[in-house]
Design a binder for this molecule. Structure first.
Ligand code: FAD
Length: 284
């Protein structure tokens, strides 16, 4: 089980992948997965929904990771994407495929969804889905956390209080939102411990390899950009190859520092990029 791996003294390394947006590209993901598996991650997770993907694709990819690559797979699922009935079917599909781990998320409102539809979802917060999964399945459940607080939260303290409720409902480990300044993560761990959170936490790392990517990442995550990273973009943003190298170097330095601090796990948002991931894994 992943929570046991995370409790060992070694820092685990996990990868996040996403299903390709276009159906025509779907087969290519298996080549990507084969290449990423050769880098020996401790586990891999597959996103749901963002970018219009459907649950079957998440399950298919997670099944390939679990059964063909023999790496523990985590399937993401969201309250926004699943009515109770669909969630039951999804859980049955996961069981059939021998997938034991899920990341239970609320999800964000997609642009095509009205406020009414979004606010009418059957599972309102991730905690509601966690409770349901805990009571009705034997799945191991992970949850998301936010070192710089979730963008909707009024305060760090209220975000942490809700995070504690999510854990008490049945979350056995956490995966963090991306951050570019490790001090946010270390402060978050201290505050989480102060409110009684003791489950393992994986630190989310997004390698930034182009100037355009930082804009998208920051818009989606709300994470702040420290001066050191802003300087890299200012200096190398116009030169794609130099920018790529400097972005990889930045991510490697973040990861090495996290390992030195003995964090439980590092979860890399791979963006399905083989070359970038090969270079990073060669240096950590
Ligand atoms: P929740 O835990 O429900 O929290 C959402 C907000 O509600 C927070 O501000 C929290 O403090 C607050 N809250 C919680 N409970 C209560 C309560 N009882 N009363 C009042 N407020 C409350 N999105 C996707 O669509 N697909 C993915 O595959 C995906 N993968 C992700 C992976 C990771 C590691 C992370 C960090 C995020 C991922 N996301 C994904 C994005 C995620 O869906 C969004 O960040 C979303 O806005 C919040 O999800 P959550 O599960 O953290 O929500």
């Amino acid at each position: 089980m992943i929570k046991d791996l995370l409790s060992k003294s070694k820092t685990t390394i996990s990868f996040e992948v996403f299903p390709p947006k276009k159906d025509d590209d779907f087969q290519s993901v298996f080549t990507t997965l084969d290449a990423l598996a050769k880098l020996n991650p401790d586990f891999m997770s597959c996103t749901y929904g963002a970018g219009g993907s459907k649950s079957k694709k998440t399950v298919e990819i997670a099944s390939y990771i679990q059964n063909k690559l023999h790496i523990d797979a985590v399937a993401h699922m969201t309250c926004v994407g699943f009515k109770k009935e669909d969630l039951e079917t999804n859980c049955e599909n996961l069981k059939k495929e021998g997938i034991n781990h899920v990341l239970a998320l609320r999800g964000d409102r997609p642009s095509y969804m009205s406020d009414e539809q979004f606010n009418g979802r059957e599972f309102f917060y991730a905690t509601d889905m966690v409770k349901y999964l805990r009571e009705n399945t034997s799945l191991q459940i992970a949850g998301a956390c936010y070192p710089e607080k979730h963008y909707e939260s009024e305060s760090v303290q209220s975000d942490l209080a809700h995070l504690k409720e999510k854990i008490d409902a049945g979350v056995s480990f956490l995966v963090s939102q991306m951050f570019f300044d490790n001090d946010y993560f270390y402060r978050f761990l201290e505050k989480a411990s102060d409110v009684g959170i003791s489950v393992p936490v994986c630190a989310g790392i997004m390698p930034i390899t182009s100037a355009k990517q930082i804009g998208t990442s920051v818009t989606l995550s709300g994470s702040s950009v420290p001066k050191a990273l802003a300087d890299i973009i200012a200096n190398y943003g116009d030169n794609p190859e130099d920018m790529r190298k400097a972005g990889i170097d930045y991510a490697v330095r973040q990861i090495l520092d996290l390992k030195e601090h003995g964090v439980d796990g590092i979860h890399i948002y791979t963006m399905n990029r083989i070359k970038t991931m090969t270079e990073i894994m060669g240096q950590i």
